[in-house]
Write a protein that binds this ligand. Sequence first.
Ligand code: 5AD
Length: 347
Amino acid sequence: MVKEIVDGLENGAGLSKDALAALLLCGDMEEIAYLKAHARQAADRVFGKDIYIRGLIEFTNYCKNDCYYCGIRCGNEKAQRYRLTRKQILECCRQGYALGFRTFVLQGGEDAYFTEKRVCAIVYDIKSKFADCAVTLSIGEKSRRTYQAYFDAGADRYLLRHETANSAHYAKLHPSQMRLENRKRCLYDLKEIGYQAGAGFMVGSPFQTVDTIYEDLRFLGELGPHMVGIGPFIPHRDTPFAYAQAGTLEMTLRLLSIIRLLHPRVLLPATTALGTIHPAGRELGVQAGANVVMPNLSPPQVRKQYQLYDNKRCMGDEAAEHKQELAKRMADIGYRLVVSRGDYGKE
Ligand code: 5AD
């Protein structure tokens, strides 16, 4: 059963809802090994043994949104808020550059302090000082004009997980001011402007079902993103979902493999959340078809404050300064970290 579905995926036959359910619910780990191995082969055909690295700079944890799952939601009064200065951000880039990073991902909450003008100035600064680097923004929903302004200032890529492509599910994860339609509009705008755009969702978020995942995959098929970020949902103690169940390693790995087979060229990170729920999560992610890792380049003293979920890993080889450890772990499974922007391949 799994074998036929995987062979179908490889031949571009797509994936029915029943087939998706069969892959997600299959209890036979040998059959599932076939899924993961074929997803990895698909990644090897496009990327070889190369793993792209991105330096993640979490530059503000102020956020005007109140997403029920997220530890930096505005309603969490226990979060200790911080924002980095432009100088601190540039210093992160300088250190990252010396370590061999050629992509900087500026991620933050939706923080009004970082106006369009301020963000553009920071992007412009980074691009002038590190001309051979890509800048990725991950700062939420903005107007098309603002996305265009960031792009004109030099931003190359934008990450905005859609979180779920089912509007009823979306409404269970977010307050009513937030709308799936707007989120989708943002993603289409980003693509049209010319960004390499990344969508994605949490695996095992509360109220997620095979049906909503099926809609996520259909949405990815429609949008055609260059990147897809998925990681397990992990509860945060000071959110409404404090006692919800976490997503699992296994479900995340299967979905990584499915997405790899559906979109062989897509950039697919083995995320921090995956590394958090299992000590070998990122290696297992790579072996299931992921080809990107994003170590933390934020100043060590603020890392603990960017708590999207409990026990978020930010030390050891999650930290950019320990890139050697990460490189060794990848080498141990036959992969190498490359010093490159790691752009989406042009066909
Ligand atoms: N568990 C896992 N991932 C989370 N995110 C936010 N909160 C959590 C959580 N509790 C993810 C969201 C967001 C990204 C930056 O982090 O998908 O888009």
